[in-house]
Design a protein around this ligand. Structure first.
Ligand SMILES: [Zn+2]
Length: 175
């Protein structure tokens, strides 16, 4: 009887080890998925715009620098493009890359410009952001790495995603 119990205990132990291995593998997979998407149509990496902090400071206003380069957040309901209803393209205020189309902008009630999808997968990158004791997904310009905002899974159809973007990170090109 003791032997049977011993065998049972051993196999239980082994099973739980296996379980831990599985969990570890799942975590690895998740890490892979959350890598930023910086691919262009021909699958090559987008050519980056790299500038020193001094150069960015000289080009941007204090507020733009704080949000785009230091991942700050503008106060809600203060953005100049929050209530913009014109048709056109929202571009990166840091480098001019096209990021969001007006057709995908919607009223989320958050106080920040909200879109349910970026203009394409190439121009907008995503990074996992564990700051402020939260696990969020940061949204960045894929060309200059400027911080735009965060994406949350509580948006409208068809994607169910809410790209919550600082207006100060954006410029607007009317159609
Ligand atoms: Zn940019």
């Amino acid at each position: 009887m003791r032997i049977v119990i011993a065998i049972l205990m051993t196999s239980l132990f082994l099973m739980s080890c296996n379980q831990t291995d599985k969990l570890a593998t799942q975590k690895e997979v998740k890490k892979e998925i959350s890598k930023p998407i910086v691919k262009s149509e021909n699958n090559s990496t987008m050519e980056k715009i790299v500038k020193t902090d001094e150069e960015w400071k000289a080009e941007l206003t204090e507020m733009e620098y704080n949000v785009l380069r230091q991942k700050g957040t503008e106060r809600s309901h203060t953005g100049d493009l929050l209530n913009n209803k014109e048709e056109g393209i929202y571009t990166c205020r840091g480098c001019g890359l096209e990021l969001f189309a007006s057709e995908t902008k919607y009223e989320s009630g958050s106080g920040w410009p909200s879109f349910y999808t970026p203009i394409n997968e190439t121009n907008v990158g995503e990074n996992v952001d564990n700051s402020h004791g939260m696990r969020r997904v940061e949204v960045v310009c894929a060309r200059c790495d400027g911080h735009l905002g965060h994406v949350f899974p509580d948006g409208p159809k068809p994607t169910g995603m809410r790209y919550c973007i600082n207006a100060v990170s954006l410029d607007f090109k009317k159609n």
